[in-house]
Design a protein around this ligand. Structure first.
Ligand SMILES: NC(=O)c1ccc[n+]([C@@H]2O[C@H](COP(=O)([O-])OP(=O)(O)OC[C@H]3O[C@@H](n4cnc5c(N)ncnc54)[C@H](O)[C@@H]3O)[C@@H](O)[C@H]2O)c1
Ligand SMILES: O=C(O)[C@H](O)[C@H](O)COP(=O)(O)O
Length: 381
């Protein structure tokens, strides 16, 4: 059994050594020659999985250790009888924590006493957007949910795109597709970007092409432009330096890169491979997660909920470090930038989720306890 796999899938040996021989390959450069003799192909988002890659190969199962599937021609796989599995939700919480950290920085930068005075419009209310909405509402934010595909299918409190785009913060969490009733390709086109005003914050941690990059560049050169944070970009890894210069925070598609998120992605495809082969799935993500370097934070009775929350959030994850690293990479000669973008992702430092930290609270208020619980930290009272 030959398993060809993107070398950036963490814990390949730990999960798959008992299943077959593993041949790690650079995901971005994977060719038909690399996969010809494979029985199983395991990828991440940087490998285009389609007829050009797989025609004539013996691959019978494809797994992507990611939430997004826009890099996979799922219809073609089905037409060939090739089984497919993705990892829905695996790194959703990591993306939510990225967005929460960005919102905290934005509120502080605007001198707001209470971040939950910001209204938040979420476009795409699935695993990521849904969890973001739940956390924000628990923290007292007012949230608008825009998800036309869901609104058509189920009873629920959904809002229009225009209502979401009128919020103080707009966060994009749709998949990328140019097909069907609700395409998201350039969903934020020139006209919709024109609706955004100077006081607003636009965050894209879905897929880069959901925003029209040229129109965004133009909008950011006009007066009254919104503040923009991009984790995902048109044309990765060769992203526009001009666009990066004009956005507030620029990160190299790492919103989902918590250790938990990555390892859960590997676990999901491992389980699917085991099911496909009729093997018992004995390994679990939890057994490979080390004790976090920082596992405790303490606050005293004088701590106030909002500043304490910001401290704890940023102790776990502060996007300004990723922003600084990406800007350094983009200052390199043009011919080196795309590789540098990918290297930042390949060599990403260990980042742990809020749930890995126990917050010790001595004599603190109920509101402080509720805030930390709402964010997903564990409490030690
Ligand atoms: N930056 C990162 O590191 C990172 C990490 C994980 C996921 N992602 C991206 O985020 C996307 C969303 O992830 P998810 O787990 O929430 O996916 P999901 O499939 O659970 O949810 C997506 C939601 O978007 C909705 N949707 C589809 N078309 C829409 C439209 N035109 N307008 C509004 N809503 C629409 C769907 O109905 C669905 O509810 C993924 O597809 C992936 O591309 C990025
Ligand atoms: O779709 C996803 O799960 C994310 O975008 C994921 O974090 C992408 O990471 P990559 O596969 O590019 O390493």
């Amino acid at each position: 059994m030959l398993i060809v796999a993107d070398e950036n899938i963490p814990l390949l040996d730990s999960f798959f050594a008992e299943v077959g021989e593993i041949r790690p390959v650079a995901g971005r450069a994977m060719t038909a020659d690399d996969v010809r003799d494979a029985d199983i192909l395991l990828v991440r988002s940087v490998t285009q999985v389609n007829e050009a890659l797989l025609a004539g190969s013996r691959v019978k199962f494809v797994g992507t250790a990611t939430i997004g599937t826009d890099h996979v021609d799922i219809d073609w796989l089905a037409s060939q009888g090739i089984a497919f599995c993705a990892a829905p939700g695996c790194n959703a919480n990591s993306v939510v924590e990225y967005v929460l950290s960005v919102i905290s920085l934005h509120a502080e930068r605007r001198g707001m006493a209470n971040w939950s005075d910001l209204s938040v419009g979420i476009v795409g209310v699935g695993n990521v957007g849904g969890e973001l909405a739940r956390k924000l509402e628990r923290l007292g934010f007012s949230v608008k949910r825009c998800d036309p595909p869901r609104a058509e299918q189920e009873e629920g409190d959904f809002d229009s795109l225009e209502e979401a785009l009128a919020c103080d913060v707009v966060s994009l969490h749709t998949p990328l597709t140019d097909q069907g009733q609700h395409p998201t390709w350039k969903l934020l086109d020139r006209a919709r970007l024109d609706l955004l005003a100077e006081h607003q914050l636009l965050i894209n941690s879905g897929r880069g092409e959901v925003i029209d990059g040229d129109a965004l560049l133009e909008r950011l050169d006009q007066s009254g432009a919104p503040t923009v944070v991009l984790d995902v970009w048109p044309n990765e890894p060769g992203i526009s330096v001009e666009l990066a210069k004009r956005v507030w925070l620029a990160t190299p598609h790492i919103a989902g890169y918590s250790l938990e998120g990555k390892v859960q992605g590997t676990e999901t495809i491992y389980r699917a491979v085991c099911r496909f082969l009729g093997l018992p799935a004995r390994k679990k993500a939890g057994q490979f997660l080390p004790e976090p370097a920082m596992n405790k934070l303490a606050f005293t009775s004088s701590a106030e909920a909002v500043p304490a929350a910001y401290t704890a959030i940023r102790a776990c994850y502060d996007p300004r470090r990723d922003d600084a690293n990406l800007r350094r990479a983009l200052a390199l000669p043009q011919s080196e930038r795309a590789v540098a973008f990918d290297n930042l992702r390949r060599d990403y430092p260990v980042r742990r989720e809020f749930s890995s930290v126990k917050i010790q609270l001595k004599g603190t208020s109920k509101s402080l306890q509720d805030t930390f619980k709402g964010l997903g930290f564990k409490l030690k009272l």
